[in-house]
Write a new protein. Sequence first.
Length: 148
Amino acid sequence: MIFEHTIAVDAPSEAVAHFLADIPKVAACVPGVEDVTALGGDEYEGRLRVRLGPVSFSLTGQAEVQSDADGTLRARGGGRDRRIGAGVDATIEARVEPLGPGDSEVRVTADVQFSGRLAELGQPLIRRKADAMVRDFARNMRAAFSDS
C-alpha cells in the first residue's frame, strides 16, 4: 500500500530537516511508538502499539534511517507481532520543502506491506488509521516547534 501525506510546519526548512534527523525526537511524535533504542550507525529498534479496528497489536522491529543534507529522511524497516501473527515492512521517505522564510512542508511517501492478521483487515480501515496517525504526528511535531 502506498501512502502519501503533506504536513505544513511553521518553521524554516533547515530547522525541520534538523528535527527529522533526530530520530528520538521524531519517534516521540509518532503515536504508539515506544522504546526506541539506537543500535549504532543508522539502525534503531523499537516497538509500535496500535489498535486497528478489532485488533490490537504491538510490532517489535528494526529500522535503518538515513538523513540527507537536503532535508530528506529515508527509512526502511519492519516489525512483527508474533502473538497475533502480523507484520509490517515499510520504506518511508520524508522530504522537506521550503514554502517561505518561516514555513515548510514535509512530503511523506510510504510503501507499506502488511502480512498475517494485518493483511486481512481491509484497505479502507488501514488507510483511515494511517491518516489519523499522520494527523497526530503532524500535531505533535508542530507542538515540538512551538515549545522550542
